[in-house]
Design a protein around this ligand. Structure first.
Ligand SMILES: [Zn+2]
Length: 211
């Protein structure tokens, strides 16, 4: 079996969504200065790096992150690799670059995955996202979890329509993936978001396993 870590590293320098809190990860107890152990302090937004969105992120009465279904977060997943020329993932893209019927967990690999390896510390507004009609197509086709390889599932400055459609249909949104090391095809996804009670999202470790 092959294991692929599709989570991005969490560092003090990493980019976060504009206006979201920056990551602070620092040691506050140090063996070298006489403490009994090394202990670090972590401060971060819940949409830091690889993370899930809960319906409450965009829907005031939506479910919060601890209520997301583990059986949806874990299981067979299909990675769809779109060419670098794709700027926006709309319904027409899914007609041209099809994914198999009955796909419940779909991870979309775009040119975004290069950003994590080339400039992880700079926010890139030109990332590829899913349009509102692309989101409607996913709902129509019965997808239960949608993953993408940058910090939002929607194109920049067009967050609300796509998120509302997906979260309104209770799809789980997995953002901030690094899919640069995986090719198109089937894998087993393991995704375990932190159990942050009442939160609108949570950082997650996500891996793909190929048999
Ligand atoms: Zn998010």
């Amino acid at each position: 079996m092959q294991y692929f870590d599709i989570s991005v590293p969490i560092t003090n320098e990493m980019t976060v969504w504009p206006k979201d809190p920056k990551v602070i990860l620092k040691r506050v107890q140090k063996i070298e200065t006489g403490d009994n152990a090394n202990v670090s302090h972590l401060q971060a937004g819940v949409h830091t790096g690889t993370h899930v969105d809960a319906p409450y992120h965009f829907l005031q009465n939506g479910k919060t992150v601890e209520a997301l279904r583990l059986d949806v977060l874990n299981g067979r997943a299909y990675v769809l690799h779109l060419p670098e020329s794709v700027d926006v993932v709309d319904a027409k893209i899914f007609a041209k670059f099809n994914f198999p019927p009955h796909t419940q967990r779909l991870l979309i690999k775009t040119r975004n995955s290069n950003i994590w390896n080339n400039k992880p510390n700079e926010f890139d507004t030109t990332f590829v996202g899913i349009s509102a009609d692309g989101a409607e197509e996913l709902v129509k086709r019965g997808v239960k979890l949608i993953g993408i390889d940058y910090l939002s599932v929607a194109p920049y400055k067009q967050s609300r329509p796509t998120h509302e459609i997906l979260l309104g249909a209770e799809l789980i949104i997995l953002e901030g993936l690094d899919l640069s090391k995986v090719t198109q095809g089937y894998y087993t996804l393991h995704c375990l978001p932190l159990k942050l009670m009442g939160a609108d999202g949570a950082p997650a470790r996500a891996i793909l396993v190929k048999r």
